[in-house]
Design a protein around this ligand. Structure first.
Ligand code: ZN
Length: 99
């Protein structure tokens, strides 16, 4: 690929990643840098990162760590997790309400 064209693509992805990063309340420049350095993966990571914050969560019954609803194992204590009766609201919702 020609150098100039790559620069344009990198900047475009950087901008897109930065805007996504900004929307989810983190650093524009952090995600701009990540998306510009690794254009496709960086933008994908920015999008997925935001997505995870909108997921329902649950609490590990053994150690109390809050994990993603779809996690089968607790990341802290290794406890095998079942689908809970009560899910915890997504982080993005909790944050929007100011709790
Ligand atoms: Zn646990």
């Amino acid at each position: 690929m020609e150098g100039g064209a790559y620069l344009v693509i990198a900047l475009a992805f950087g901008l897109a990643g930065g805007i996504v990063g900004r929307m989810k309340g983190t650093s524009f420049w952090l995600w701009f840098a990540i998306s510009a350095v690794v254009p496709f993966l960086g933008l994908l990571a920015a999008l997925l990162y935001r997505f995870e914050r909108d997921e329902l969560r649950k609490q590990c019954p053994r150690c109390g760590k809050v994990v993603m609803l779809y996690d089968a194992l607790c990341m802290r204590c290794g406890h095998e997790l079942e689908f809970p009766d009560v899910a915890i609201e997504p982080e993005s919702v909790a944050r929007a309400r100011g709790t």
